[in-house]
Design a protein around this ligand. Structure first.
Ligand SMILES: *Cc1c(COP(=O)(O)O)cnc(C)c1O
Length: 396
């Protein structure tokens, strides 16, 4: 029997989370992830998935996954370097690198692992990492695991970035790496990669961009935020778990010696299983779709523009932007939660965010557009937002 004093301590912590109104509850989806999902027997419109291109239940990906299982089996039962590398893994790594304009790439079980494993092998005590304050948790953890000196700049604040770079230079850093999300997922804002690149050049720093919320749909051919900004960065990390099919898997793409060294030293790569063939095969099919045509991206951005205009016409306050992440700002947490419940009752699934995930007073419903949503779906959602907004007095 586990020590009851310890279990009571855990129960107290859980009670505290509940009392603070921070308990996260999971909805059980009873079929495939899609624009419309069945939850507890009800059909709901889903406005909170990272399924940007609507590929999560695409028959072409399902078929590619099945075909890869038929030809390459179910599991690898090994890390990559012992006996877990198939031709498919190398194909996908080269495909990703080509797509992103990099020399090579290396797969991880998730982008969380890619970011967790990136910094420690590449940088040491003599070096500096200058990191955006709103960077994803996995970057923060990866930076913590690395011995380099840490500098933090205010979100997307280029004046502060320069101040931090100057500090790192003054502290005598051997190498400096600037780390940023390509798109900040709570706000849907794009990192100012043009200015970041210019500052990197000025101070001889390397640039690392986590492009999870852009790869597949931002920029020409969906190559991501750096291409959208027209700049070249030194290292990119990304996920197969969002636009590129939504299953799981992550990668780092960069110069050959960097990828070669990560294959030798990145701990989540060395000590964790190879991706299963089904995921790798379907990711290759996702890249085929992404590279072949702009139709899904056009639908996605059409939906995003339609949705933003519709919400603004009803009177909601949005954060400005063009990204398919469209945050509806409500201010206080109870209002955001009440609004999410009122939408749920009307068959619309959204996610409310409040402190500590976003700043005090910045509570919001984060909606996300995707290419699988029809105009009818969006009109249905707009009517629901208007009715629910009036019910909870978020709008007049
Ligand atoms: C989703 C996300 C991750 C984690 O990706 P996984 O592949 O799901 O682990 C990392 N960074 C950013 C910015 C993300 O949005």
């Amino acid at each position: 029997m586990t020590d009851s004093r310890f279990l009571n301590h855990l129960r107290d912590t859980l009670a505290g989370i509940e009392a603070d109104g921070l308990m996260k509850r999971e909805r059980l989806i009873e079929a495939a992830q899609s624009a419309r999902v069945r939850v507890a027997g009800r059909e709901m419109l889903n406005l909170c998935a990272n399924n940007y291109l609507g590929l999560a239940d695409d028959p072409r990906l399902v078929m590619a996954a099945k075909a890869a299982m038929d030809s390459h089996g179910y599991g690898m039962a090994s890390v990559r370097f012992i006996c877990g590398t198939q031709d498919l893994h190398r194909q996908l790594e080269q495909r990703i690198a080509g797509f992103l304009g990099m020399e090579d790439s290396i797969l991880f079980a998730a982008c969380f692992d890619a970011n967790g494993g990136l910094f420690e092998p590449l940088l040491g005590e003599a070096d500096a990492i200058v990191s955006d304050s709103l960077n994803h948790a996995s970057i923060i953890d990866g930076v913590r695991l690395c011995k380099a000196k840490r500098y933090r700049f205010a979100n997307n604040d280029m004046v502060d970035l320069e101040v931090q770079l100057l500090k790192a230079v003054a502290d005598g850093a051997r190498f400096i790496m600037i780390a940023t999300d390509g798109v900040f997922s709570m706000d849907g804002t794009l990192a100012n990669l043009g200015a970041i690149s210019a500052l990197a050049e000025k101070y001889g720093a390397l640039t690392m961009v986590d492009d999870c919320h852009a790869t597949g749909f931002m920029g020409p051919q969906g190559r991501g935020a750096p291409f959208h900004a027209g700049v070249k960065v030194d290292v990119l990390t990304g996920t197969l778990g969002k636009a590129l099919g939504g299953a799981l898997g992550g990668y780092i793409a960069g110069p050959q010696p960097m990828i070669d060294l990560l294959r030798q030293r990145a701990r989540p790569y060395l000590f964790s299983n190879a991706l299963p063939p089904a995921v790798v095969g379907a990711a290759l099919a996702a890249l085929d779709i992404v590279e072949a045509a702009d139709d899904l991206r056009e639908k996605l951005f059409h939906n995003a523009a339609y949705w933003r205009a519709g919400l603004e016409a009803i009177g909601f306050r949005l954060l400005p932007g063009e990204h398919p992440i469209v945050p509806v700002m409500l201010g206080d947490a109870p209002l955001a939660q009440a609004f999410a419940r009122a939408l749920d009752a009307r068959g619309v699934m959204v996610s409310a965010f409040f402190y500590p995930v976003v700043p005090h007073g910045g509570a919001r419903i984060r909606t996300q557009m995707n290419a699988a949503l029809s105009t009818d779906d969006l009109d249905f959602a707009l009517a629901a937002f208007e009715a629910a907004g009036k019910e909870v007095r978020a709008i007049r």
